[in-house]
Ligand binder design. Structure first.
Ligand code: NAD
Ligand code: IPM
Ligand code: MN
Length: 354
C-alpha cells in the first residue's frame, strides 16, 4: 500500500502558526504519512507570480485530502477550489465542550452536537447583479413587492438544488446513525427559513423530512432558523445532529463555538464523494498574526478528523485524548482560554501526552 499523500496549504495571516505545529503532531502519530506543501497567497505570489499557482492545484489533486489553515483574502482562490473544484459537499462542524474550555455558559457540558452545513450552495459562491437585470420580474403578479428595478441597487442569488440538499440530508442521517451507535439519541434537527423561502428552504425541509423518514430509526425535529439559534443557546442538550444551509451553518457554527469557549476550539472537515479537506471553523485571525499565541486546538482537532478520514482512528483518539488532558489539567493554556502559554508551548504540552 502506498502511504497516503496529504497536501498542506497553510493559508494567510496567523493560520500557518497553527498549521505547521499540527503537521508535526500528525507526523509523530502516524510516521508513514507523507505531506506536501502547497504554496498560496502572498508567499505564492512571490515565488510563482500567482496566489493560487498551478503547482499547488496539482499537489491538491495528487493528494487524497488537504489540510487547510484559513484564508484572509489572498488564499481565497484555494478555498474556492477545495470547495467547488473538489466537490466537497458537506461541512461537518462538531461542537463539544470539555472540562477546561473557557465557556461563557452556565452549563457548558450540555454542548455536544454536530453541525452539518451545506458546503457548496445557497448564497455561495457570490452571484450578484444589478437590480435593473430583474426587469422581467417587476410586473410579476405573484410578487407581493416586485423588485424596484427603477432604483439603484443590487440583488443576490441563492441556489438550492434537489441533489445537493439530498446529499446534505443524507450525510446528516448517516452521521446521526453513527452517533446513535455511540449512545447519542439519533436525532436530526433542521433549521431553515421555510416560512419565508418556501421554494428553497421549504424544499430543503421536505427533502430532509423525507430522508430522515427513510432511515426509520432516527428522530426528527425542525425549527425556524431564528428560533433554532435561541435553542442552541438555551437548550443545547436537545440537539444531536443539526442540518443547516451554507449561510446559516456559517453563522451558527461561530455562535456555537462562542458558546463552548471560542473559535480557537472549533474544528471542521469538508467531505465530498471523492475528496475531503480539513480546516478550523475560524479564519486567519489577522489580529494575532506574528504573536505566536493563536490557539491551535481547532486545527489539532481538525487534524484528528483528517486521521479518522484516512482510517487512523486509534491515532485520532490518542490526539483528542491528549488535547482533552491538557485542558483538564489547565496548566498550559493559550490566552483565549485564560492562560499565558504560547502556541508552541501548548502544542508541546499535547505532544508530551501523546
Ligand atoms: P477570525 O475567525 O479570523 O477571527 C475572529 C476573532 O477570533 C479574532 O479576534 C481572532 O483573533 C479570534 N480567533 C480566531 N481563531 C482563533 C484561534 N485559533 N485562537 C484564538 N483566537 C482566535 O474571523 P475574522 O476576523 O472575521 O476574519 C479574518 C479573515 O479570515 C477574513 O478574511 C475572513 O474572511 C477569513 N475567514 C476565513 C475562513 C476560512 O478560510 N475557512 C473562515 C473564517 C474567516
Ligand atoms: C468559513 C468562512 C468562509 C465561509 C469564508 C472565508 C468564505 O467564514 O469557512 O466559515 O463563509 O464559508
Ligand atoms: Mn465562517
Amino acid at each position: 500500500d502506498e502511504p497516503a499523500l496529504i497536501c498542506v496549504v497553510a493559508g494567510d495571516d496567523a493560520a500557518p502558526e497553527v498549521v505547521w505545529p499540527t503537521v508535526e503532531v500528525l507526523r509523530r502519530l502516524v510516521p508513514e504519512l507523507r505531506f506536501v506543501r502547497g504554496s498560496s497567497g502572498r508567499e505564492a505570489e512571490e515565488r510563482y507570480g500567482a496566489a493560487f499557482p498551478q503547482e499547488t492545484q496539482e499537489l491538491i489533486d495528487r493528494a487524497v485530502c488537504t489540510l487547510f489553515g484559513a484564508s484572509g483574502g489572498p488564499s481565497r482562490p484555494v478555498l474556492w477550489y477545495l470547495r467547488w473544484g473538489k466537490d466537497t459537499r458537506v461541512n461537518i462542524r462538531p461542537v463539544r465542550w470539555q472540562p477546561g474550555y473557557r465557556s461563557p455558559m452556565r452549563e457548558p457540558e450540555h454542548f455536544d452536537f454536530v453541525i452539518v452545513r451545506d458546503n457548496l450552495e445557497g448564497m455561495y459562491p457570490p452571484r450578484e447583479g444589478d437590480l435593473a437585470e430583474l426587469a422581467a420580474l417587476a410586473s410579476s403578479r405573484t410578487w407581493w413587492q416586485p423588485p424596484p428595478v427603477d432604483r439603484q441597487g443590487a440583488y443576490a442569488v441563492r441556489i438550492c438544488t434537489d441533489e445537493q440538499m439530498a446529499y446534505v440530508a443524507q450525510a446528516a442521517c448517516e452521521l446521526a446513525l453513527e452517533r446513535k451507535a455511540q449512545g447519542y439519541p439519533g436525532r436530526v434537527t433542521l433549521g431553515a427559513k421555510y416560512s419565508i423561502q418556501p421554494r428553497t428552504d421549504g424544499r430543503f425541509r421536505e427533502i430532509v423530512r423525507e430522508t430522515v423518514r427513510r432511515y426509520g430509526e432516527l428522530e426528527y425535529q425542525e425549527f425556524l432558523i431564528d428560533d433554532l439559534a435561541r435553542r442552541m443557546v438555551a437548550v443545547p442538550e436537545s440537539l444531536d445532529v443539526v442540518v443547516l444551509s451554507n449561510e446559516h451553518g456559517d453563522i451558527l457554527a461561530d455562535m456555537a463555538a462562542g458558546c463552548i469557549g471560542g473559535l480557537g476550539l472549533a474544528p471542521s472537515g469538508c467531505y465530498g464523494p471523492a475528496y475531503a479537506y480539513f480546516e478550523p471553523v475560524h479564519g486567519s485571525a489577522p489580529d494575532l498574526a506574528g504573536k505566536g499565541v493563536i490557539n491551535p486546538t481547532a486545527m489539532l482537532l481538525s487534524g484528528a478528523m483528517l486521521l479518522d478520514y484516512l482510517g487512523y482512528g486509534e491515532q485520532a483518539r490518542r490526539l483528542r485524548k491528549a488535547v482533552a488532558e491538557v485542558y483538564r489539567r489547565g496548566q498550559v493554556l493559550p490566552p483565549d482560554q485564560g492562560g499565558r502559554a504560547t502556541t508552541e508551548e501548548f502544542v508541546a504540552a499535547v505532544g508530551q501526552l501523546l
